[in-house]
Design a binder for this molecule. Structure first.
Ligand SMILES: *Cc1c(COP(=O)(O)O)cnc(C)c1O
Length: 970
């Protein structure tokens, strides 16, 4: 041994351990060889030749750098981060400094147990984040005074756009006018305008006090408090809206709502906003959770996911996503919204912030912010500065002579103020503001020697001097009175509460999550570390350009990486999800077509196998959707596609197609398909959710498509966060580049600000983009390619080994699949009565998260192992599937009754194990320890099978009374 260690080896061998590719990819060299042997293939290259059509294969390697080690990549990024300047931000506009409670920072935001989970499609192993999201809904309902709330949307601006369409759908009034108050945040108005254009709504922006009466709108958008700080008299405005049968949506600040009368009490139909300032860093724009609350009568029209209360098979209370088996609002061409990935992780953080602080803590925070604002206001007024009379935390200073000078003085002191107009500056305070900061602000505005004392001004308020909130404006109802918000205020209790919830949830820390189309690969720690660096996380999205040079360089490099990987000419980093990327891409297509005099083109062809967000996004662009057929092999029926393209050639706008197909196959005809569309005057939108089967071996731009979104939270290592965040940047060919989304407040370099925005901030959720930057850098050109190859190998190995037991639904050339495979459960179901759902739930007993169920084909399971899973883990999954097949056989043969077997009664819980009675034809051991792996390491589902129907019939989306949490008294 000792001599071996002493034997000198070449330096190149010693460097191996810093190679990230080796860490990112699950199978080692021996496992890879074993899998290839199983497939009867000699090398990875041969697998590629057999699998990937020649017509789409890249000849050359990516023109990118070689891999950089974890340490070096972090050091490089550190240098960029250091070029960002973290000023104190008083800009406001919906983004505020916040103190992320450290217990939440470390144990949720920086904890893979929380951030690597998927959307809670399998509720029996997701009760933790479902409870946290239910708390979020309760928090939103309490603060807004509304009947129900969803579990988050992407950002405040898109939430307002959703509210507009909700008003239109729910209001019978014949009007296409949507009125937006002129004190709504400008970025929100920008996004509303973009969204309205293709719905054909007319946006009227005006002063609601004077202009609303004459405008005859179907809906009204207000801001509370307004963007300039005044506390909007929404009661009067809602009455004005009511007088013309218009519905009212109110964008509100959640911290202000702690003190102010709730919009619900004042009659709003919808209340939305950003929960960012509840303990989620600004992050140069995101990610943060938007909230969305509505009145009871709108419950079936609310966009996004709603968590609801139901019961499990044993009658115990349990949570799940309500009113949808998958996404009920994404009803293909009848869709009302395309939102899929939302902001679950950030919603959870905001809800934990409220759990930790409780109602009293929140009131203290809000009162303190307001008091400091009042001190600032009263001091400035006493010196003759004109500021608004009503306010919560934001003042607009009218400084006809000195605005520019004050702004500069503040900058010199390391403070960013809002440049509201040439003679106006905005100042927004927050929970991080201290009395010293007020003193500094006095100096900035008034110059030194002004003689104001914060303590004296405070004493005056205590003695009765006015503040910005009158008694009439204050709310008197209780908020957050549920025990959850009143029980965990010590750090020990909080830590344990969050850990208790985390322990209920299956995430990548437990085992593979083979969700087809979702690409649950490694989210490496080195990729995650920079996200919470203050130089990335404590920056306002509209901070001056000179302060974000590091960000700009990082974004530029990332764009270059993605341009090279996709073969497009330009990338837009604005969209916050795949679905919002689809929308942004279709928008670019339609604007381009309009620019060449073909704005009438409005037909969108979509193969029947498409993801539901494709038709939903097209519907939001007011397109006419024509669904084209697939053949029995799962491929696009080219003859039908050609016929439809020719039939609609005068009005053809585009095709939306996923590649490789959602059936997990490289269609041979993809190049021809692109040609057919182009020949008939259309553009090709390639859904990039399956880029994990293309990176380094093909490129959408090369294949012939014009635009794609990339789900960075699938292929490019951003974690799923239990249902968000995500990022859906789009790549486009040069002819579409001038039509990419820009931003009114902070225009994107090289684009016309009038292009309109699709998100609240110019670079979406900028603070998670370093994850992808690190991923690309650490893998480098060869690691990226290797990842794709290994994803394909893993999927083919999985398909090969399972095919002896289950039919594999679709295959491409040489019987190969791409990066995922579909297992057909229908024949088994027919023979035995056992359903795909039974198998999905039974997999939980074996310690797995189920694959994607019934998408894209009902009665199937779609499995995507990704490159990050080792052969050992894949074999463990295969063993479970094979053993389950044996169990199905016992049901089929009558050995086990159809209604009493481990499949239909799955999953099993610890309570099942300990039940006094056991009237089942299988043993307790077979129930919960069906394999050796489970005996060694058991993940316990916390609920039995959850009843969706019961919960929908008895719809509850608030925290249930505490008594219902209690089991029978012992
Ligand atoms: C995930 C997915 C989408 C939607 O992406 P989101 O980020 O959830 O909005 C669209 N198309 C396909 C094929 C997908 O798998």
């Amino acid at each position: 041994m000792a001599t071996e260690i002493l034997t000198p080896v070449p330096l190149s061998t010693l460097q191996q351990t810093t190679d990230f590719t080796r860490r990112h990819i699950g199978p080692d060299i021996d496992q890879t060889a074993a899998m290839l042997a199983e497939l009867g293939i000699s090398s990875i290259e041969e697998l590629m030749t057999q699998t990937v059509p020649d017509s789409i294969r890249l000849d050359d390697a990516l023109d990118m750098a070689d891999a950089v080690s974890e340490a070096d990549a972090l050091a490089l990024l550190r240098r960029l981060a250091d070029q960002n300047q973290v000023n104190r931000s008083y800009i406001g506009m919906g983004y505020h400094n916040t103190l992320v409670p450290n217990v939440i920072l470390r144990n949720v935001m920086e904890n893979p147990g929380w951030y690597t989970a998927y959307t809670p499609y399998q509720p029996e192993i997701s009760q933790g984040r479902l409870e946290a999201l239910l708390n979020y809904q309760q928090m939103v309902m309490d603060l807004t005074g509304m009947d129900l709330a969803n579990a988050s949307l992407l950002d405040e601006a898109t939430a307002a756009a959703e509210a507009m369409t909700l008003c239109k759908r729910s209001n019978r009034k014949k009007s296409d006018i949507f009125f937006v108050a002129d004190d709504v945040h400008p970025q929100t108005i920008d996004v509303i305008r973009t969204r309205a254009e293709y719905f054909g709504f007319e946006i009227v922006v005006g002063n609601p006090l004077t202009d609303l009466d004459h405008c005859d709108a179907f809906g009204v958008q207000l801001q509370y408090p307004g963007t300039y700080g005044d506390i909007t008299d929404i009661k009067t405005l809602i009455e004005k809206a009511r007088a013309q049968q218009a519905m009212v949506s109110v964008a509100a600040d959640p911290l202000a709502l702690v003190l102010l009368k709730s919009p619900g009490e004042l009659g709003a139909d919808v209340v939305l906003g950003s929960s960012q300032r509840f303990g989620v860093p600004m992050g140069f724009g995101g990610p943060h959770a938007a909230f969305f609350a509505a009145s009871e009568k709108l419950k079936r029209s609310v966009p996004g996911r709603i968590i609801g209360v139901s019961i499990d098979a044993n009658g115990n209370q349990a949570l799940r996503m309500a009113m949808q088996t998958r996404e009920q609002h994404i009803r293909r061409e009848k869709a009302t919204s395309n939102i899929c990935t939302a902001q679950a992780l950030l919603a959870n953080m905001a809800s934990f912030y409220c759990v930790y602080h409780g109602p009293d803590g929140l009131k203290t925070i809000a009162e303190r912010v307001h008091r400091l604002t009042a001190i600032l206001a009263n001091g400035l007024k006493s010196k003759g500065v004109v500021v608004n009379d009503s306010y919560f935390d934001t003042l607009t200073l009218t400084l006809p002579e000195t605005a520019a000078e004050v702004y500069q003085r503040a900058l010199d002191a390391g403070c960013n103020l809002r440049q509201t107009a040439v003679d106006k500056l905005g100042v927004s305070l927050d929970e991080t503001t201290r009395p010293e900061d007020i003193a500094d602000l006095f100096d900035c505005v008034l110059g030194e020697g002004h003689g104001l004392s914060v303590a004296e001004l405070d004493a005056a308020i205590v003695a009765g001097a006015a503040t910005g909130i009158t008694a009439e404006m204050r709310r008197s109802d209780a908020i957050l009175s549920h025990p959850t918000f009143n029980s965990y205020h010590s750090e020990t209790d909080m830590l344990r509460y969050m850990k208790r919830l985390e322990n209920k949830d299956y995430s990548l820390v437990h085992g593979m999550i083979p969700l087809g189309s979702c690409t649950m690969k490694l989210n490496a720690t080195a990729e995650m570390i920079p996200v919470t660096w203050p130089e990335f996380s404590n920056i306002h999205p509209f901070a001056p350009a000179e302060q974000v040079k590091g960000y700009q360089q990082m974004l530029t490099l990332l764009e270059e990486q993605l341009v090279e990987i996709t073969g497009y000419d330009k990338v837009s980093l604005q969209p916050n999800s795949g679905a919002s990327g689809e929308y942004a891409g279709l928008l670019a297509i339609r604007k381009y077509q309009a620019s060449i005099g073909e704005g009438h083109r409005n037909v969108c062809l979509i193969p029947s196998s498409a993801h539901g967000t494709n038709p939903a996004s097209a519907a939001m662009m007011d397109m006419k959707i024509i669904v084209t057929r697939c053949d029995e092999k799962g491929n696009v029926d080219v003859a039908d596609l050609r016929a439809q393209a020719e039939l609609h050639k005068d009005n053809l706008s585009c095709l939306m197609i996923t590649y490789p197909s959602t059936h997990g196959v490289y269609e041979e005809d993809i190049v021809e398909i692109c040609n057919i569309i182009h020949k008939n005057g259309g553009q090709v939108y390639m859904d990039g959710a399956n880029m994990n089967a293309q990176v380094g071996i093909s490129k959408p731009g090369l294949i012939g498509s014009d635009v794609s979104h990339l789900n960075l939270h699938k292929t490019f290592a951003i974690p799923h966060g239990g249902g968000g965040p995500g990022m859906g940047p789009i790549g486009v060919k040069s002819h579409l580049a001038p039509f990419l989304a820009s931003h009114k407040v902070s225009p994107v370099t090289g684009l016309n600000p009038e292009n309109g925005a699709v998100a609240a901030t110019p670079y979406g959720s900028a603070s998670i983009l370093p994850i992808t930057w690190m991923y690309n850098l650490m893998l480098g050109k060869s690691g990226l390619k290797r990842s794709t190859q290994m994803a394909i190998l893993n999927a083919n190995y999985m398909a090969e080994k399972l095919s002896g037991h289950y039919p594999i639904l679709y295959r491409g050339r040489n019987n190969k699949v791409a990066h995922e495979c579909i297992v057909d459960i229908r024949p088994l179901k027919e023979a035995s009565g056992v359903t795909e759902e039974d198998i999905a739930k039974r997999l939980m007993d074996y310690g797995f998260h189920a694959p994607t169920m019934s998408f894209p084909v009902a009665g199937t399971l779609m499995i995507e192992p990704t490159e990050s899973e080792s052969k050992v883990e894949i074999d463990r999954f295969i063993d479970a599937m094979v053993q389950i097949k044996g169990e199905v056989e016992k049901v089929r043969s009558g050995h086990w009754p159809a209604d009493n077997n481990p499949l239909c009664l799955a999953p099993h819980t610890q309570a099942d194990m300990m039940a006094e009675e056991w009237n089942r034809p299988y043993t307790r051991e077979e129930a919960v320890f069906p394999s050796r792996a489970t005996r060694e390491n058991k993940f316990w589902p916390t609920s039995n099978r959850i009843d969706n129907v019961y919960g929908d019939r008895n719809f509850i989306c608030s925290c249930p009374a505490i008594e219902t949490y209690m089991d029978d008294p012992i």
